[in-house]
Design a protein around this ligand. Sequence first.
Ligand code: ARG
Length: 459
Amino acid sequence: TSNQMWGGRFAAGPDAIMEAINASIGFDKRMAAQDIAGSRAHAAMLAATGIVSDSDANAMREGLLTVLSEIEGGTFEFSTALEDIHMNVEARLKDIIGEPAGRLHTGRSRNDQVATDFKLWVRDQLDAVAAALEALIRALLTQAEAGADWVMPGFTHLQVAQPVTWGHHMMAYVEMFGRDLSRIRDARARMNECPLGAAALAGTSFPIDREMTARDLGFDRPSANSLDAVSDRDFALEFLAAASISAMHLSRMAEELVIWSSAQFRFVMLSDRFSTGSSIMPQKKNPDAAELIRAKVGRIFGANVALMMVMKGLPLAYSKDMQEDKEQVFDAADNLMLALAAMEGMVKDMAANRPSLEVAAASGFSTATDLADWLVRVLDMPFRDAHHVTGSLVAMAEAKGCDLPDLSLEDMQSVHGEISVSVYDVLGVHNSVASRQSYGGTAPVRVREQIARWKERLG
Ligand code: ARG
């Protein structure tokens, strides 16, 4: 039998393979709530503009609620023959209310309907991601506050560079996830135009009120060009791009947690709740959650690239290619949410190992720059000369197998006669971090300012 929605034109039904490649109901049923919200707004508008009667619109609106409760209650029977969520809902509405259901599709098309549903879905997801980012930022702030003055090594090239504070390192991630949050908010503001009423591509001859449906659905305004409205998937791509950048940040933090929790580093203890054991090695505690977060970035980037490739070169307006948008976005959204929640859990639970951090902070001649700065400040040496003198002192310490503060004053003076005992003040890691008070620097006083600023910003 031919399709009940377009049977007039068709004598035969689709081949089974046609049905399989064509159907999207297997995944777009996730937009059921958005589809029904869109249809209810459309029905109310059709009545307000006199396009359908009030009683028909009321029947549609009530019937749609029944459909929603059937879907939410798990009793709804989705049909692949009905292709997608839009036609599944409409067909069921017809079973329930009869003839008025056939008037719901007046002045709209599945093309503006799917764009509207998907935008509503992505918009909800942006809000969920924003909330998850905020929760992660709060967890990082708690860690930063606890350890605003704990010292640890800062690295470049994964080689010890200069001491920093634990709080400063946590706040670096707060800045990253904070930018992610602002990207999500920017994307939300830009996408918040309603495609409904663009109809198939050209608009409609019915006197619809697009302001009304836009307002009802929480959009700022209707989209201005009907061709663009049904062709646009920028909102999905912007979500995927923002999700990719955020996943990249998560992967960097996850990588640090993998390194930090190793026996060689012992910077942090991850909780049992966010670790796994080994089926053979009884001693093992593995940072699997961190590793999976590190990996999730792959599929999220993949989704972004995949949808870019789907959209690339598509002529206006709607093409069925665009149905390939949803699975990518759903998968990326699910995995980003999971990764954010897992990272929040790990950050909340993890215990920094303060003594190891402190020992490591002093390793690798980490205060060599402080020594060079002292030579500049106290002896008025040009920085380049100070760099050279300090380099000689590091070489001497390395030869003796000790750290810079372990060199005697005589040793130091053998390299440069004017070095005095006050140099030892700057060789300690606590003095080192406390001295870095430039704006944005690692000094605890600056870190506490950053924390206070972020707390105020989050409210
Ligand atoms: N299932 C379709 C999608 O997800 C809905 C729009 C179909 N429109 C069309 N003209 N075939 O994109």
